[in-house]
Structure formats: C-alpha cells, structure tokens
Design a protein around this ligand. Structure first.
Ligand SMILES: *[C@@H]1O[C@H](CO)[C@@H](O)[C@H](O)[C@H]1NC(C)=O
Ligand SMILES: *[C@@H]1O[C@H](CO)[C@@H](O)[C@H](O)[C@H]1NC(C)=O
Ligand SMILES: *[C@@H]1O[C@H](CO)[C@@H](O)[C@H](O)[C@H]1NC(C)=O
Ligand SMILES: *[C@@H]1O[C@H](CO)[C@@H](O)[C@H](O)[C@H]1NC(C)=O
Ligand SMILES: *[C@@H]1O[C@H](CO)[C@@H](O)[C@H](O)[C@H]1NC(C)=O
Ligand SMILES: *[C@@H]1O[C@H](CO)[C@@H](O)[C@H](O)[C@H]1NC(C)=O
Ligand SMILES: *[C@@H]1O[C@H](CO)[C@@H](O)[C@H](O)[C@H]1NC(C)=O
Length: 439
C-alpha cells in the first residue's frame, strides 16, 4: 500500500464513482455490448436524440420497441418480439456468446433473437438516428457489414431511408404487416409490400393474399394510382430494380422533418407527417381512400371515375356492361365485354388513347425497357392477344414498353394528370376508331 501514489488513489476513487453511478450513466447510451445488456428500466437513445429503444407493455405483455424520443404520445415504429411477448416485468436484451442479440424473460428463456449465422467477431448493437437498430462488429460501422438490422424486419411502419422489398442477395423481402389491433402489436391481417411477381408496384393484401388496393405501377416518378405524388415537395420517392434488389423507399428532403408510412390494423395504408407547430401527426394520405380505390371495383375492361355517375365506366366505345342490370344497380364488378359490332380481327385493329389512367393490374404484364412508345404500339398491334399498352416510364418524354395480354382490371381515371394516372392505349376494332374518345 505504501506504493499507492496520488495517481493510484485518484484511479480507485474514479473506479468507485463509476461503479456507483454506472447504471445511471448507462441510461443515455445508444449501444448494447456483451457486458452491458438492456434491462427493463433502461432505454437506448440514438446519438442525435431522435429515436429511443426500450421495453413497453400492453397490460401484462412486454415488448422491445423503438419510438420517437421527443414525440408524445409514444409512437412505436418497430417491435422486436411482436408475436412472443414476455409475460412479466422482468427481462433483458443482451448480446449472447455467439454475437447475436437475444431477448430473455425472467427465467432466462429466449423469447426472441436476431438469429443470424454465427459471426466470428465481437459485436455491439446500436440504435441509429434514422431509427435503424443494427447489430455490427464492434469496431466496424460500415453498413455493408451489419450482421442484422431492424430495417430488414419491419413491423407496420416504414421510416425514411428504410427499404421495402426484396434484397436478392440475402433473399429478404421487407414487408409492412399491420398490428392486430391498435393495442396489440401481434401480426395482424394486412400487409403492404412490393409486388414481387409482376411489374413495379406496391400491393396492400389481406391475410388470404387478396389484393385490397394497389398503388398502380411506378412510372419513373410516381405510382400511377397515388394522386398528388408528383407534386410532393418535402420528400423524395425511389423505386429501384436492379441485379441486387427490387425496393421502394423514401427520404425526407429536410431530415429534421418526420414522416412515416403505417399499414394500420383496419387495413388502411397511411402516411403521416409530424406537424411541429401543433405537435400532432397529420394524415398526409391514406389508401384505399374512396370507392374507386377498391380493387377491381369495375371488373374487367371497366374503369372507375369518381367524377362520373355511375362511377364505373366501360373502357372505350366498343365495350358494354357484361351484366346490364347489376351495372344499372351500381354494381360494376362484372365489368365490361366487347359488344357484337366491335369484334377484333387483329390485323385491322387500332388503339384508342385514354388519359390520366391508373394502369391496370400488372402482375402478368410484359415489359420491354428498350422500346419506345411507338415501337410498343407496333409490338402490341402485331400480337393479336395484346389488349393494351403504355409507356413504362413517363419521365424525360417517356420510355419503355408495358404490354397487357389479359383482361384489364382495376383501372381508374383521374381528372388531371397532375393528380394521377398516365396515358394508356386500348385495342379496339377498326370500326371503333375515330369514334368519340374519352379525353
Ligand atoms: C434496473 O433494474 C435492475 C434489475 O432489473 C437493477 O439491478 C438496477 O438497479 C435498476 N437500475 C435502475 C437505475 O433503476
Ligand atoms: C405495464 O405494466 C405495469 C407493471 O406491470 C402496469 O402497472 C401498467 O399498467 C402496464 N401498462 C399498460 C399500458 O398496460
Ligand atoms: C409466463 O410464461 C412462462 C413461460 O412461458 C410460464 O411458465 C408462466 O406460467 C407465465 N406466467 C404467467 C403469469 O402467465
Ligand atoms: C433461427 O433460425 C432458424 C433457421 O432459419 C430457425 O429454424 C429457428 O427456429 C430460429 N430460431 C429462433 C429462436 O428464432
Ligand atoms: C429543416 O427543418 C427545420 C425544422 O422545421 C428547420 O429549422 C430548418 O431550417 C430546415 N432546414 C432546411 C435546410 O430547410
Ligand atoms: C386506419 O386509417 C384510417 C384512415 O386514416 C382511420 O380512419 C382508422 O381509424 C385507422 N385505423 C386505426 C386502427 O388506426
Ligand atoms: C422509337 O424508336 C425507333 C427505333 O429506335 C425510332 O426510329 C423512332 O424514331 C422512335 N420514336 C420516337 C417517338 O422516339
């Protein structure tokens, strides 16, 4: 003890101070380490104070969640163990020996885990300012090397910078799934996801896989069935399809403004924006929004127009309601058929343009990115089974070719191209060419 100099004394003092205050000091951190798990009375706060991660409960069910740090009432954007709650108020989130995150209950039983193949490195889990909770090698912040991230396993909410859709390398498809009810985060009945089998669009599905609503194909700038998207000035939308991924995401142009998309438990996809002045979440848009948004409301070869009565219309001259009586009773679901005098004969057929249209269901549409609109028309004309065509991308004067060879369903017409929709060309018999056209 005689060798204990002034430095040594100071060191021991600091050490004891640290031991006493450690639990309190640890409250304002953003990282979990193997030696520093998260207990129920603690939270992580991201570096810029934007998001907070911790335990929350609904009655006796306890969950790990992420919410905005500075927004009241608490707005939960992610839940780790939505279908496996802890049933008592004891539990902790830790990093286990193999480097994975694990949530354990009172009895130290695992209720949730990041469950990745064993990384042979020391790992930490960090809550970032964009709301992403990432498991990464201790000294490596490169996103390429994240071992696991909450953005890959969404709950019901899409945040800026978070991708929905398919990562071809990992095979992960990121889908929003609703809560069971507003009070129960368990997996609910509705999902909102990138259409994986057809052309680029998002689908809102129920738990039987039935389409409730579709955004309409991405046309380079917007979804053809999301009115007003083109004129949004506060955020930027992206749909990317390449050899690595097929994804949809959005960014705020000013990162200090908040917006989020929620697949809500009653089957409505909502976009909210945070209004700082009133301290409320305003609904920016929500879908399905009206009668015409309901999938297939006007059947095959019919389209919906909220400004006509009835709202269901047959596509062009040459079509008539399949079931006249039901149609007259405002049930358009049987759609339309070509009338007798308008039979197609392939060679002499032509095309009538429809403006401001939400493009039809496109899971079996044929795509050729290299063709322009006039070439697209030529291809469609030669192919007797081709029912319609449109530009795939409407930016920079239009490019690419989309061709439909099946019944055309779930179309609607908007009042104005600034609101929604795009040009669409339907095959008709020669006798229908030059007749009255919708404009
Ligand atoms: C948090 O809870 C743990 C046990 O769950 C306890 O040991 C610790 O003292 C508590 N810390 C604070 C700051 O309340
Ligand atoms: C959460 O759990 C605590 C303690 O068990 C309880 O007092 C509280 O009412 C619960 N909160 C909710 C919202 O059910
Ligand atoms: C909580 O869950 C554990 C393990 O599943 C079970 O043994 C226990 O009875 C449950 N406790 C309550 C209060 O439901
Ligand atoms: C971990 O993943 C494997 C393989 O995907 C799966 O079989 C297992 O049930 C998962 N374990 C947990 C705790 O989720
Ligand atoms: C971003 O928004 C914040 C909050 O409204 C505002 O204070 C700031 O000036 C904005 N920044 C820019 C570059 O517009
Ligand atoms: C879902 O969104 C719709 C439309 O904004 C709203 O009326 C409804 O209350 C929401 N449902 C829930 C459970 O929040
Ligand atoms: C479409 O492409 C063809 C072949 O490359 C070209 O001859 C034609 O001028 C193009 N049409 C338009 C409108 O750009």
């Amino acid at each position: 003890m005689k060798t204990l100099n002034r430095h040594g004394t100071a060191f021991i003092f600091i050490f004891i101070f640290y031991l006493i205050f450690y639990p309190f000091l640890s409250v304002a951190i953003d990282t979990i380490t193997p030696t520093q798990p998260l207990t129920m009375n603690q939270t992580l706060v991201s570096n810029g104070q934007v998001f907070e991660l911790g335990f929350f409960n609904t009655s006796n069910n306890f969950y790990i969640g992420i919410w905005y740090n500075q927004i009241q009432p608490r707005t939960i954007v992610w839940v780790a163990n939505r279908d496996t709650p802890i049933n008592s108020s004891t539990g902790k989130l830790t990093i286990i020996d193999n480097g994975n995150l694990m949530l354990v209950d009172k009895a130290d039983t695992a209720v949730w885990s990041s469950n990745q193949s064993t990384p042979m490195v020391k790992t930490v889990a960090q809550l970032l300012d964009n709301g992403n909770f990432v498991l990464r090698p201790e000294n490596d912040e490169n996103p390429e090397n994240y071992i696991w991230q909450s953005f890959d396993y969404p709950t019901d909410t899409q945040l800026p910078g978070m991708k929905l859709g398919w990562d071809r390398k990992s095979g992960i498809n990121r889908v929003l799934r609703s809560w069971k009810t507003n009070e129960d985060p368990a997996t609910g009945d509705y999902s909102y996801q990138v259409n994986m089998i057809g052309f680029r669009e998002l689908l809102l599905l129920n738990n039987d896989g039935k389409i409730i609503w579709r955004t309409g194909p991405w046309n380079g700038r917007k979804f053809s069935g999301v009115p007003g998207m083109k004129t949004v000035s506060i955020m930027q939308f992206e749909f990317e399809e390449n050899s690595e991924e097929i994804i949809y995401s959005f960014e705020m142009l000013n990162a200090s403004l908040y917006s989020r998309v929620v697949m809500n438990s009653s089957g409505i996809a909502q976009r909210f924006v945070w209004a700082e002045t009133t301290k409320t979440w305003n609904v920016f848009w929500s879908f399905p929004d009206d009668y015409c948004d309901k999938f297939g409301e006007c059947g095959s070869f019919g389209f919906c127009d909220a400004n006509t009565a009835p709202m269901c219309n047959c596509m062009t001259p040459g079509f008539e309601p399949k079931n006249k009586q039901a149609w007259d009773f405002r049930d358009g679901s049987d759609g339309c058929v070509r009338n007798r005098s308008s039979k197609l004969d392939c060679g002499s057929d032509g095309f009538l343009p429809l403006k401001n249209m939400k493009l039809p269901e496109s899971s079996k549409a044929f795509v050729d990115q290299t063709k322009n609109l006039s070439e697209c028309g030529e291809i469609c004309k030669k192919k007797c089974s081709c029912a319609a065509y449109a530009n795939m991308d409407v930016t920079e004067g239009g490019s690419g070719c989309l061709i439909w060879e099946m019944d055309l369903v779930d179309m609607r017409r908007y009042a104005d191209s600034e609101i929604g929709g795009q040009d669409f060309y339907v095959r008709v018999a020669a006798s229908n060419l030059g007749m009255f056209q919708f404009s």
